[in-house]
Design a protein around this ligand. Structure first.
Ligand code: 28G
Length: 636
């Protein structure tokens, strides 16, 4: 048998893929759960690009029993000809690294253009990769193993009239700490893609847990808005308009609900712009102008009252914005390139929004009056809140509240607010323990009694009437709702500390809901955390160890000879005060989870699921999907 030959180019290829294996973070961001799913997005994006280019209408994703994942499309199939290097095109596509990782500076992904850019990165980080191509009446197959070595070069394995590409890969478990794909995470992302591409159907099949989901939305982003507002009372039918100006295509769907939050999600070329940008600014200006002009035209606001603020006319607004911008005009900003910078997008979006909304208001007087009445209330509440805040600042009405809070809140003595931490503790007894052993300079304790108000549907007025939440607001000292300014917070970290049981999780969710609704920037700025008290202590002759999960307990038991003394902590109160500090509060030992709700649409849905009466989805949500990320992960 002939010896395997390594020519110069193949050595270079391996070097290329080796670079990915050496620094995965450069190419996929991280090697945690997020990075693992990044592999899936890379492959799926190629399938989506094929759809955007006009080929194929069906994508299927299967979570296989052997922990690999399969993605298939019915596009044209990757070309199967020979490349000038003597290698087949698929081999080139899946082994040659495209210049520059996506996470390197100056790079950003644009869907609907480049094909197969991420295929080689995924191959480099996989134990196995198998590509099947249906094209030219044939079925062709190429297989790789251990980070991109060709196990079997491209060969014909059958005949078929179908066209398309099927890619199966098994992530390299020496690189990824956790190789479990999340069905829910994949479904959520695929649902979003299906909303943006109405011609597309996406199936997600979980062969491990025997479940499946199918996503297809004829009405695109109209369906997206309907989905977000599913459980809410709405004030109008979804308004959907499109426009084209200066080569920029604008697609917008919006609807008002009777709730108090605004929820605007924007995309450019089907990629989410999580940090907004010029299109969102233009959209907001267009909305504000349309309502103010309409209100003035029909004498609904007197000039001496002043006009509506943007926030007044966005109360209860759900909107999806999707722009198609040609490459020569694309400009992104910010660290993660999630913010649109294209100046032209601002005016284009503003004009199209204004014209369509103004026309709609003229034609739908009843809806217009409803929304304007709501805006009027918001305006009044905003002005009242400002006056109250000014009064509080000047010392009026401060004393009685000051007295209550002095009794409950154990303040931190340090004046470096960013370093200070506020612990919201479940129960007076755990609160008492925490007060005893805390670091007085930086740690403040506010015990909470029982369950806080469910804020899912609460108005600012209801919050203001709730003593417990008022206390939290006052302790943080940075205002509430539209007036909230995270820069004025008395604490750099707000830490929720509850028992590790169902009631504890429920309190966490109630508090997260409160922060999400009324102090959202606190979450967005990464200032909200969950403390994770240990579940067990295990004592041997060598000393005491604390254990966070049942799995860890099992493996600890195996390691220890003899019969150790195991204690299960049913709640914070069962720990000694010093133990509570050492395990859960001491920055040297504790594990804090940062609450990061990155996706407004999902957060909306999740908070509904959690606060509604659907018990099962709630449990699943807590287990799988709270985006609690260990604090440590952010320090890297
Ligand atoms: C199943 C999982 C992910 C894909 C295609 C189709 C083409 C293609 C992919 O071409 C190479 C380089 C530039 C043309 C393109 C087929 C043109 C004609 C394709 C996928 C060739 C990449 N016929 N479908 N790549 N280009 N699906 N799904 O990856 O010159 S990747």
């Amino acid at each position: 048998m002939a010896e395997k030959k390594y020519d110069a180019s193949s050595i270079k290829i391996l070097e290329g893929l080796e670079a990915v294996r050496k620094r995965p973070g450069m190419y996929i961001g991280s090697t945690d759960k997020r990075g693992l799913h990044h592999l899936v997005w890379e492959i799926v994006d190629n399938a989506i690009d094929e759809v955007i280019n006009g080929y194929g209408d069906h994508i299927k994703i299967t979570l296989n029993k052997d922990m690999s994942i399969t993605v298939s499309d019915n596009g044209r199939g990757v070309p199967i000809g020979m490349h000038e290097s003597g290698k087949s095109t698929p081999e080139v596509i899946y082994t040659i690294l495209h210049a520059g990782g996506k996470f390197e500076e100056g790079n950003y992904k644009v869907s609907g253009g480049l094909h197969g850019v991420g295929g080689s990165v995924v191959n480099a980080l996989s134990k196995k990769m198998d590509v099947i191509i249906y094209r030219e009446g044939k079925i062709s197959n190429i297989r790789f193993n251990d980070g991109g070595n060709v196990e079997s070069p491209l060969k014909t394995i059958g005949e078929s009239k179908k066209t398309g590409t099927t890619v199966t890969f098994l992530p390299d478990y020496t690189i990824f700490k956790n190789c479990n794909f999340s069905y829910t995470t994949i479904c959520e992302r695929m649902q979003e893609s299906a909303f943006l591409l109405p011609s597309l159907t996406i199936d997600v099949i979980d062969d491990l847990d025997k479940r499946e989901a199918h996503f297809h939305y004829d009405k695109g982003i109209t369906n997206f808005v309907e989905y977000i507002n599913e459980n809410k009372t709405t004030l109008n039918k979804v308004l959907h308009f499109t426009g084209l100006k200066n080569t920029i295509e604008v697609d917008i769907a919006l609807q008002y609900t009777d709730s108090y939050n605004e929820n605007i999600i924007s995309f450019v070329n089907n990629v989410k712009t999580g940090d907004g940008g010029t299109h969102e600014v233009g959209f907001k200006t267009g909305i504000t102008k349309a309502f103010n002009d309409y209100a003035k035209e029909y004498n609904l606001i007197k000039t001496k009252d002043g006009s509506f603020d943007g926030s007044d006319v966005r109360e209860g607004l759900t909107a999806i914005i999707n722009l198609k911008i040609p490459e020569n005009l694309l400009q992104f900003e910010g660290q993660t390139k999630g913010k649109l910078g294209t100046p032209e997008a601002r005016n284009v979006t503003e004009t199209i929004t204004y014209d369509n909304l103004k026309f709609f208001l003229e034609e739908n007087k009843e809806v217009a009056l409803n929304i304007i009445e709501k805006a009027q209330k918001s305006k009044l509440a905003r002005e009242a809140a400002r006056k109250a805040r000014e009064a509080a600042r000047n010392g009026k009405g401060k004393n009685s509240r000051e007295k209550v809070i002095s009794e409950k809140l154990a303040r931190a003595t340090g004046k470096d607010y960013a370093k200070n931490e506020l612990f919201l503790v479940e129960g007076d007894s755990a609160g008492g323990s925490a007060k005893l052993f805390r670091n007085r300079e930086t740690q403040a304790i506010l015990p909470l009694r029982g369950k806080v108000l469910n804020c899912e549907k609460a108005s600012t007025a209801e919050i203001n009437a709730n003593a417990e939440l008022k206390l939290i607001e006052y302790a943080i000292g940075a205002g509430l709702g539209q007036e909230f300014d995270y820069r004025e917070s008395n604490y750099g970290k707000v830490i929720i500390m509850t028992d590790a049981d169902v009631d504890g999780s429920h309190i966490q969710i109630l508090l997260i809901t409160f922060f999400y609704r009324f102090m959202r920037p606190l979450i967005e700025e990464g200032m909200l955390y969950i403390a994770t008290p240990p579940l067990y202590s295990i004592e041997t002759s060598h000393g005491k160890e604390y254990i966070a999960t049942d799995e860890e307990l099992e493996s600890a038991k195996k390691k220890i000879k003899g019969t150790p003394k195991i204690q299960r902590f049913k709640g914070l109160g069962e720990m000694n005060a010093d133990e509570l500090y050492e395990t859960t509060m001491d920055p040297a030992n504790r594990r804090l989870m940062r609450v990061s709700i990155t996706d407004a649409a999902l957060a909306e849905k999740r908070i509904h699921v959690l606060m509604g009466d659907q018990v099962e989805p709630r449990k699943e949500w807590i287990n799988e999907n709270v985006d609690f990320t260990l604090e440590d992960d952010f320090r890297k």
